[in-house]
Design a protein around this ligand. Sequence first.
Ligand SMILES: Cc1cc2nc3c(=O)[nH]c(=O)nc-3n(C[C@H](O)[C@H](O)[C@H](O)COP(=O)(O)OP(=O)(O)OC[C@H]3O[C@@H](n4cnc5c(N)ncnc54)[C@H](O)[C@@H]3O)c2cc1C
Length: 462
Amino acid sequence: MRVAIAGAGLAGLSCAKYLCDAGHTPVIYEARDVLGGKVAAWQDEDGDWYETGLHIFFGAYPNMLQLFGELGIEDRLQWKDHAMIFNQKDDPGTYSRFDFPDLPAPLNGVAAILGNNDMLTWPEKIQFGLGLVPAMLRGQDYVESCDQYSWTEWLRLHNIPERVNDEVFIAMSKALNFINPDEISSTVLLTALNRFLQEKNGSKMAFLDGNPPQRLCEPIVASIRERGGEVHLNRPLRQIQLAADGSVASFRIGGVKGNEHLEVEADAFVSALPVDPLKLLLPEPWKQMPYFQKLEGLKGVPVINIHLWFDRKLTAIDHLLFSRSELLSVYADMSNTCREYADPHRSMLELVFAPAAAWIGRSDADIVAATMAELQRLFPVHFSGDDQAQLRKARVVKTPQSVYKSVPGCQQLRPSQDAPIANFFLAGDFTMQRYLASMEGAVLSGKLCAEVVSRQSAPVLV
Ligand SMILES: Cc1cc2nc3c(=O)[nH]c(=O)nc-3n(C[C@H](O)[C@H](O)[C@H](O)COP(=O)(O)OP(=O)(O)OC[C@H]3O[C@@H](n4cnc5c(N)ncnc54)[C@H](O)[C@@H]3O)c2cc1C
């Protein structure tokens, strides 16, 4: 079967890879001149890479890890110590750690929480632990039922002091969906906590060893092309053309950079677009269908990714850090964490700026200045006195509509991969799968989509 796929993010690439595995021939059309969508990255005039987002891989990403295994690139994941490290709010330049010992789950998680006395008091730990019991015992059904509450509401329902938010969950909420606990659905936090507490290495983190388009996306493309599939850049889907029966007749593909327009016919059609551009392309007759109408409630959240290159080392920490700062979410010194960006003498900080709604329209200079002000608290020694660290250069990447904003009530709006159109299917992190809007969710959505496409094409045995 020939399958036309729009979008070469991780969902589209994974869908194509698994369609090849099932013996089909996928052809991907990507709007931009770069692979990867939200993991896209570019090289500046000095050869330094800058990225759409600082990306962390977790032990609790079975489909992503399987994909790395199938591509034979497991060694490109740089696993870090099993720990979560937070900046101390009231003691600038110091850190508080949750260290996970080498014990089975959930004992290692419990030991990590009990072992940290900087952030939570004993009564807070006990109350929070009791609050998590239903999630641990009743699993995902309970977690899904909590989608009616924000995380702050969920804490209140369980009599857990809101100070726990200030200490831990503002940081986690911003890291997971770039918004604060009073906005985020409690399902998001509970899903992550459940994975982290139930799987021994669930919260163990890895960095890719270099830029994602080359180190992750290109091996997927190679595996697709080896088996007769195609991947085309600068090829935006402009229109979904319908046949008389309401199914898809063709994808109208735009021509950019000298490319001709194309009218692509195929046996099946997949959108692996983010939800916001997909909504703009829905054919008029589909917009009345409940399956597509629900997409109106899913909207991309703004986020900003910042890169700061310094004239010296600011830290030797080889890990992700939770800033616990007003403007920033997580950050890392990529000169320590990532082989391709390694520099023994100078730091390159990659920082996620969130929530970003109030900042997405501001100038890069304003955003860098605000970030530098925050760094005075994170690295007080390097940004005070006579011999301060100097910023060599900066890059700001804004994504006005990134992953869908996971506010309460969104779970029921997420569509299955199987659209109510005979030959049309969806992939993308926003589609329904048991992981959140994440790289793992995108890869799994692509795999599920490939399964549905294959199932529909299989001859019916009588
Ligand atoms: C700052 C930031 C940090 C993040 N950190 C993490 C993290 O640490 N861990 C994690 O797991 N996840 C993280 N994520 C989320 C993760 O990047 C996404 O969930 C995932 O990459 C989404 O993949 P996708 O294929 O569903 O969508 P996308 O990556 O958005 O891919 C969609 C593709 O469709 C293309 N497209 C759009 N319109 C058209 C058109 N008309 N025709 C053809 N193509 C089109 C786009 O150009 C894009 O290539 C982060 C995201 C951001 C922005």
